[in-house]
Design a protein around this ligand. Structure first.
Ligand SMILES: [Zn+2]
Length: 375
């Protein structure tokens, strides 16, 4: 349920920067094809010329009528009749290309009105001979994939951050139940003017991060990150997530996306570990990029709030060269929320109440920072 609600927010945020290149040639192309085919068919001289029956002898073109976003944040392409299609996502160029044969673009083609902050750079519809091509280009780290069709008169696409658990495109495009909503869509709700916060849950998928006391870092930093995002949204911030489920995402797209959306703050959530024999050590460390006084300021606000709210031992604000805080241009911090190698802290990190307290403290620290920075 939560993801459905969030997806609506995502829907509202799809961008103005779509390029709509809908070929004027669509209807004339279709006419050319009909004319040529018509010449190849013997004409019955007795045919009443006022009722031109020739088109009924030809295969009827699929008319692409509408491109829209569903109320679950999915991109929909709808036609006047059932059709099949070929779709392919190219990770290297970040483009998804969909081809519908024996189709044309409706002269009354409808497209959605769009807002800011889209993970999609552009969408182009073109008439290529007898086919309609739809090309969707995403920003770095994002992908487009096909999801189950609820009707053979439409194509459903999901735009989301790259995931290793991709749904395999099905060449048969079968009609399937629609209750399988993928939950790894990244989200953006709230008022962009209030501020844009990028929430980066560490690790994920095949990369568990620190593991000890029966706890995997990736599993505790995710709920903290989701709680953090929720708290920030309640404060009115616009929030983006690296991941909202258990998927592996490289470090580069994490930074690239934060840059692309022009985030005001980047916050990465991690948990710590130490080698055997150090299980007595616990506490919170908040990192900023070594050469960033602004990052240090952000780290100080957040760190103080965490220590006050959780009672965790204070292992201080520190400078470091971690990739995600070193490569981001906006104020960025990495919070080591505790040591999974310490049994008590591991239990805390695994506790939903503690996770929420931690998340809300981080949100308050970010909010303080934003106010001081005049946001
Ligand atoms: Zn980590």
């Amino acid at each position: 349920m939560r993801y459905r609600q969030l997806a609506v927010g995502f829907l509202m945020s799809i961008a103005t920067n779509y390029i709509w290149n809908i070929g004027n040639s669509s209807s004339s192309e279709a006419r050319d094809v009909q004319t040529k085919t018509a010449q190849a068919i013997p004409i019955n001289p007795n045919l009443d010329s006022s009722t031109n029956q020739l088109p009924s002898l030809l295969p009827k073109s699929v008319v692409i009528e509408r491109l829209s976003f569903s109320n679950t944040g999915q991109l929909l392409i709808e036609a006047n009749q059932t059709f099949s299609y070929q779709g392919k996502f190219d990770l290297v160029s970040g483009t998804y290309k969909l081809v519908i044969t024996n189709a044309k673009i409706s002269p009354n083609f409808q497209r959605p009105s769009l807002a800011a902050n889209s993970p999609i750079e552009r969408i182009r519809l073109t008439q290529a001979g007898n086919s309609v091509e739809v090309v969707i280009k995403t920003i770095a780290g994002w992908q487009v994939r096909e999801i189950q069709r609820s009707s053979n008169q439409q194509v459903k696409l999901q735009v989301s951050l790259n995931s290793i658990s991709q749904v395999k495109p099905n060449s048969q495009n079968p009609v399937l139940p629609i209750d399988n909503y993928p939950n790894n869509a990244s989200i953006n709700t709230g008022d962009r003017r209030r501020g844009v916060i990028y929430v980066d849950a560490g690790h994920g998928g095949h990369d568990p991060g620190a593991v000890a006391n029966g706890i995997q870092e990736k599993d505790v930093v995710l709920p903290i990150s989701l709680d953090l995002g929720r708290a920030l949204q309640n404060m009115g911030y616009s929030v983006y997530y690296t991941r909202t489920n258990d998927v592996e995402i490289d470090l580069e797209p994490r930074v690239a996306l934060a840059e692309r959306i022009n985030a005001d703050v980047f916050v990465s959530i991690h948990a710590n570990s130490l080698a055997a024999g150090n299980s007595d050590i616990s506490g919170v460390e908040t990192y900023h990029s070594r050469n960033s006084p602004v990052g240090r300021e952000l780290a100080s606000y957040v760190h103080s709030q965490i220590i006050a709210a959780t009672g965790a031992s204070d292992r201080s604000v520190r400078g470091a060269g971690f990739y995600v805080i070193a490569k981001t241009s906006m104020p960025a911090i990495l919070v080591e929320t505790g040591f999974v190698t310490n049994p008590t802290e591991a239990a805390n990190l695994d506790n939903p109440n503690y996770q929420k307290r931690m998340a809300e403290a981080i949100a308050r620290g970010i909010d303080q920072f934003m106010h001081v920075r005049g946001k």
